[in-house]
Ligand binder design. Sequence first.
Ligand code: SME
Length: 169
Amino acid sequence: MLSLCAFMSESIHIELGASKELKYIPLLPQIKALVGDEKNKIAVLANVTAALHQTLDVLWTGFYLVENGELVLGPFQGPVACTRIAFGKGVCGTAWSQNETQVVSDVDQFPGHIACSSESRSEIVVPLRNTQKEVVALLDIDSRVLAHFDETDRTYLETLCNWIGEQVF
Ligand code: SME
């Protein structure tokens, strides 16, 4: 059992040995409770990053924010990463330009993949949209393991990102 914080309203309790789905099912309501009615983007994205990263056993978890026509690095956990990504470039820029989640089983097979860490083998990138349905940010999660991400990740992370997008953007 993982306890991230001593305060009841700021705790995440997830069975780390559980299956992927049995982690996501309790994680999402706990993240919503943790965020509450907080509207500050950095505060919300930072805590969501921490909750996901410490639950999912991955290499890198973080957000890129749309700013002046490009993606700029936001809150993250893991190795240092590229600061800016252009529209349509890499997995993140592709998720943005196509307005669609990218599930990449093998990053070496993705044309134009941007290798921020040589340890990354697979990746999922999920768009966040504001209430006008514009892409305003991207959640990016990288794994050291090939084909780490699947439709279960897509389903739950899209639900989470849809909620965050409407909550804080
Ligand atoms: N691999 C990403 C770049 C961001 S890092 O993985 C943190 C991409 O191709 O867009």
